[in-house]
Design a protein around this ligand. Structure first.
Ligand SMILES: [Zn+2]
Length: 338
């Protein structure tokens, strides 16, 4: 079987002796082994930036003859907007995209996350942390296992007593973790220096995004993650978790973030306008243009989202997408015209 390694470009990626560079596993093979996903948080309606990621991940999966999955990342229930999950799924359907398998909801995955945490604790990689935010802020980063505070914490230190519920953190290793992104090229981080020991489960009992996404990508058999470049910084943490948990590392392609004309990220929290599910064609056409699909592949005769996606599919290519971490929509439009 011919294997295509996505992301292995000739970047002259050099590694030190303390580095671990992950070679993405085959994203495509001969086609049907490809599994991609779109994983929105239900914090509001889909806007053009998130539509762009959905469309890119969908095209990538279809181009490989693979499987496209939707996962609702509702792990942080404090941020969830009531009804947003249903609205997002309905909007995706209106744009011609539905999950090939049942939609996964992170809010139903506690048991799997707990198992993963237990594995990390048993391996001596995860530890209970009673540090207060103020204490961590004062130290800059959390580095190294924390000692249990005294039973009667000193007033004013902000320490929680050992009887309080701890957060759980992963011990950050003293080495670089790197990977080659299909769009952004080589990227590496020294987790202990740059990030510190990171949270797996919060003191309030909520699971951290990093753990949930790694467990879920593995459970769904994802071979390539296509997502926004705001998550590029998270990827070494996720690769570390994959390594410690003995899970495969997917290939990664981080799309430039779409910024508004003021340079602000389009997000559900900002005032980015939601895309109109009742009239999907204009926004879908715009998203496809931003992804580098030439006008010749966006015919006026394509009068449904399904037809427009089918017409665009043969012209989709990661190399046509700008490789910057972020671009404003006006710049993308200019690149597109050029
Ligand atoms: Zn601590």
């Amino acid at each position: 079987m011919a294997r295509v390694y996505v992301g292995q470009m000739n970047h002259g990626f050099k590694t030190g002796t303390q580095s671990t560079v992950t070679r993405p596993r085959p994203a495509a093979g001969n086609g049907n082994g490809y599994r991609g996903r779109f994983a929105p948080s239900p914090t509001g309606a889909l806007h053009l930036g998130s539509l762009l990621v959905a469309v890119a991940s969908w095209l990538r999966a279809r181009q490989h003859g693979g499987t496209w999955l939707v996962r609702i990342e509702d792990v942080d229930r404090t941020r969830e907007v009531s009804g947003a999950s249903r609205q997002i799924l309905n909007t995706l359907a209106a744009f011609g995209m539905t999950s090939d398998e049942p939609v996964m909801y992170q809010s139903q995955r506690d048991e799997s996350y707990q198992q993963a945490l237990q594995t990390l604790i048993d391996a001596g990689q995860a530890f209970a942390c009673h540090c207060s935010r103020a204490r961590i802020a004062a130290r800059g980063r959390h580095r190294g296992r924390c000692q249990l505070p005294a039973r009667n914490p000193t007033p004013g230190t902000g320490e929680a007593g050992p009887e309080s519920r701890p957060a759980w953190r992963l011990l950050a290793p003293e080495r670089e973790i790197g990977f080659v992104d299909a769009l952004q090229g080589p990227f590496q981080q020294h987790l202990r220096r740059d990030v510190g020991d990171f949270v797996l489960k919060r003191r309030d009992g909520l699971w951290a995004y990093q753990l949930a996404v790694v467990v879920d990508d593995a459970a769904q058999g994802i071979t390539e993650v296509v997502r926004g470049a705001d998550l590029l910084d998270s990827t070494p943490r996720q690769i570390l978790l994959q390594q410690v948990l003995g899970l495969a590392t997917p290939a990664y392609a981080h799309l430039p973030l779409l910024l508004d004309e003021h340079g602000a990220k389009l997000s559900k929290q900002s005032r980015a306008l939601p895309v109109d599910a009742a009239a999907p064609l204009p926004a879908l056409r715009q998203a496809l243009r931003l992804l580098g699909i030439p006008g010749s592949h966006l015919p006026a005769t394509a009068t449904t989202p399904e037809r427009l996606l089918a017409a665009a599919l043969p012209a989709f290519c990661l190399r046509q997408i700008p490789t910057a971490r972020s671009l404003c929509s006006a710049t993308w439009a200019a690149v597109d015209k050029g």
